[in-house]
Design a protein around this ligand. Structure first.
Ligand code: EPU
Length: 421
């Protein structure tokens, strides 16, 4: 348990650079198993999910270690396909090991993956795509076992919805499947392109990344690569949202504004001033000036407003000068943080997938609990703009995605201190 104590009302000032994106690093670590030689990922932050991934890689027989800020994965040696329950249960991203272990070992057994409880998170598209490539799929209780008898083969496969994870699974598998694979209805998030570019650096033949149709010429052996993962666009949006909640002037550096343009557009519409230049965004807000409410946001797959930024937007809108609503198309329980917002003095309620915010809240400190990763971050941001002291209890969600969010906000001038119990 981690408890962060936040004294609200401090403005933020300075420059901050997001680290490598969690949602790139985690699939890249799994994809490193596909090469015959080691891969090195540069400048990876010490996230809890990264530690879980390293333990998972070691548990299946790979070498996986931190060297300074880099991670090195050595996939040589005999691997095995049984993913331990306690690692699968610790993070959703254990699902990324289905394809590499199926390809390398010939079988993989994955207990149902954990991660944020954002509502039902099925893996049917991962499984049906791998089955179409020739894998046998056996579901027993809470685990799934995949086997292949001979190499996988290329397919023309349409994803029933543009799942980020399933696109990554099928992209990895297709590099090892004989012949051509066409993935239609693929996700287009920047992290998909990052994975595709990494696999290309490992020797794979992939075109169309960043579009809904990916074409992969598979079956060639891959080698390792040295790779610098994308900057974390959700962390960049988090810092921008922190500025909007607290006021002041902050430059978010080293992350192209195009990666979180929908979020920046939202902040601008709410009244945050900003200059976007090259890989920097400078945001300014006078704390006394209320932000503009009456916003209607719709979170969906890229390039729409990102679901991971929906709770952050809510934190910004709690005290805005009018009501707003946010709908999340992807996750049924995206707004579990609403209880915490209410404890901080906000008028808000969820109906189905929509969060309704009254706006105009005079936020005050309270005892709140992080319900999930982004919801926890959103409560921390809301507390920056609240009057008085907030104690945020976190059973371990926020460190899964941010190495030290309270510490980073502290360097910008926020009064927040974390203790572990
Ligand atoms: N879905 C299915 N079947 C599948 C796969 C997905 O029905 O086989 C559904 C999901 O239930 C969900 C929707 O499709 O309703 C979208 O899920 P997607 O597969 O795109 O998400 P994911 O791969 O599980 C990644 C990120 C999430 C991020 C989403 C959407 C990682 C490790 N996680 O999840 O990040 O919200 O894409 O962009 O890459 C986070 O960082 O806090 C986080 C939850």
């Amino acid at each position: 348990m981690q408890i962060t104590t936040i004294h609200g009302g401090r403005t933020l000032h300075g420059r901050i650079r997001p680290a490598a994106a969690k949602n790139s690093v985690l699939p890249l670590l799994a994809a490193s198993l596909l090469g015959s030689t080691p891969s090195r990922l540069r400048a990876v932050p010490p996230l809890a999910d990264v530690a879980t991934s390293l333990a998972l890689l070691q548990a299946v027989g790979a070498g996986a270690m931190r060297q300074g800020s880099d991670l090195v994965v050595t996939p040589a040696g005999p691997l095995q396909g049984e993913i331990p329950d306690y690692l699968a249960g610790a993070m959703r991203s254990s699902v990324f090991y289905l394809a590499p272990l199926l390809c390398r070992v010939g079988m993989v057994r994955l207990p149902l993956p954990g991660g944020c409880r954002l509502g039902p998170r099925p893996v049917d598209i991962h499984l049906s795509g791998l089955a179409a490539m020739g894998a046998s799929v056996e579901l027993e209780g809470i685990a799934v076992t995949l086997r292949r008898h001979g190499p996988l083969h290329g397919v023309d496969f349409t994803l029933r919805l543009p799942s980020v994870g399933a696109t990554m699974t099928l992209l990895m598998a297709a590099t090892q499947a004989g012949g051509t694979t066409i993935l239609r209805g693929a996700a287009c998030e920047p992290e998909i392109s990052d994975l595709a570019n990494f696999l290309r650096a490992c020797g794979a033949h992939i075109t169309g990344a960043g579009t809904p149709v990916l074409v992969i010429q598979g079956g060639e052996p891959l080698h390792g690569a040295v790779w610098t993962p994308l900057p974390d666009r959700i962390a960049a949006a988090t810092y921008a949202a922190a500025l909007a909640c607290a006021g002041g002037e902050v430059t978010v550096t080293g992350c192209a504004p195009a990666y979180y343009a929908a979020f920046l557009d939202f902040l601008q519409a709410a009244g945050v001033e900003m200059i976007r230049q090259d890989d920097d965004v400078t945001l300014t807000r006078a704390p006394a000036q209320p932000l503009r409410g009456r916003q209607k946001l719709y979170a969906n797959a890229w390039p729409a407003f990102a679901t991971d930024t929906a709770p952050l937007a809510a934190a910004v809108l709690l005290a805005a000068d009018g009501p707003s609503e946010i709908y999340d198309h992807l996750f049924a329980r995206r707004f579990a943080c609403a209880d915490g917002f209410a404890a901080l003095g906000a008028g808000c309620r969820t109906t189905g997938r929509t969060l309704y915010l009254d706006g105009g809240a005079a936020l005050h400190g309270a005892e709140v609990t992080a319900p999930d990763l982004r919801g926890g971050a959103a409560l921390l941001l809301a507390a920056l703009g609240a009057d008085g002291v907030t104690r945020l209890r976190d059973p371990g969600h926020i460190p899964r995605g941010y190495a030290d969010l309270p510490g980073e906000l502290h360097t910008l001038g926020a009064d927040c201190v974390t203790e572990k119990t």
